[in-house]
Design a protein around this ligand. Sequence first.
Ligand SMILES: [Zn+2]
Length: 172
Amino acid sequence: MAVLEIVTVSSPRAPILREKTRPVECFDENLRALAENMTETMWHEHGIGIAAPQVGEYLALVVVDIRQSKETKYPCTLDGEKITKIALCPLLMANPRIEKFSMGTVYGREGCLSVPDVRENVRRSKEITVVYQDMNAESHRLFCGGILAICIQHEIDHLNGILFIDRVERKE
Ligand SMILES: [Zn+2]
């Protein structure tokens, strides 16, 4: 595994952070290596999530690992079975798509490896159902809330060229 260079908003490669990614179609060794390197990079930077554009790849691939979070409040099911968030980590998702947003929202402070030293309050859905493929191209449906849901929403935004700073609500 290798630590990759993070593309930040001030780096020469920053435009990639504003591009839409292409779907993962080839579930091969290269994809697995990229996912592993993204995981290593996220851990190295003490992040809880990372998306492929943040390491310069136009691919719909994200990695999430919230095991450092103390939160245990929200239920989580994978393919209809109860699962602990810890058992999911690190969660490698290809082609993730949010199928359902909950009615309620939460307002919480976020940061991003690509936007160093900035933390802002962002409103997100409290619970989501997300469909995605694992590294063997098998499809899954994950229902979750809390930090995991917030993190997944943040990472999926990256796949569509959206940064959390775009979602900051400015008081009039
Ligand atoms: Zn981010």
